[in-house]
Design a protein around this ligand. Structure first.
Ligand code: CUA
Length: 155
């Protein structure tokens, strides 16, 4: 079968681009160690309600004075829905989902995470301004998505 010279060049160009794109993905994933944001914290999404510490979501003080806040996202609520945090405190939010993909955004802060079933995501923020912060789900998760919110009171 005769393949025209230009057509052969074009095929070689196309295959070269495919290899280059695949190599880019592998380099990014392996060499740069790109993973879901929280890295390696897995959880069985069907057993969230019985897996510590998500069996008792809420705010916990660490020995160093900072806080851990454990949240469960599910259609169409966050648990806890209300949280009170002392002014000036540094809080690490840990969040997981027991059903579908949700969002976890604390408005007016840089806390903005995707909540993926099977994974625990985390983000840390220091609350230096008093007030009521809105916690919203920013991933469309179903018919009641717009009602999925909570509040964080800093005082
Ligand atoms: Cu949960 Cu949108």
């Amino acid at each position: 079968m005769h393949i025209h010279r230009y057509e052969r060049w074009w095929m070689i160009f196309g295959l070269t681009m495919l290899v280059a794109f695949a190599a880019t993905i592998f380099v990014a994933a392996i060499a740069d160690n790109i993973n879901p944001p929280s890295g390696a914290q897995r959880i069985d999404p069907t057993k969230v309600a019985s897996t510590p510490p998500f069996d008792h979501p809420g705010l916990y003080k660490r020995p160093d004075g900072t806080y851990d806040a454990y949240y469960v996202a599910q259609v169409f609520m966050f648990t806890p829905s209300k949280l009170t945090v002392p002014l000036g405190s540094t809080v690490t939010f840990y969040v997981t989902s027991s059903d579908v993909v949700h969002g976890f955004e604390v408005a007016r802060t840089d806390v903005n995470m995707m909540v993926i079933p099977g994974w625990v995501n985390d983000a840390t923020h220091t609350f230096t301004r008093a007030g009521t912060y809105l916690l919203v789900c920013n991933e469309y998760c179903g018919i009641g998505h717009q009602n999925m919110y909570g509040t964080i009171e800093v005082k």
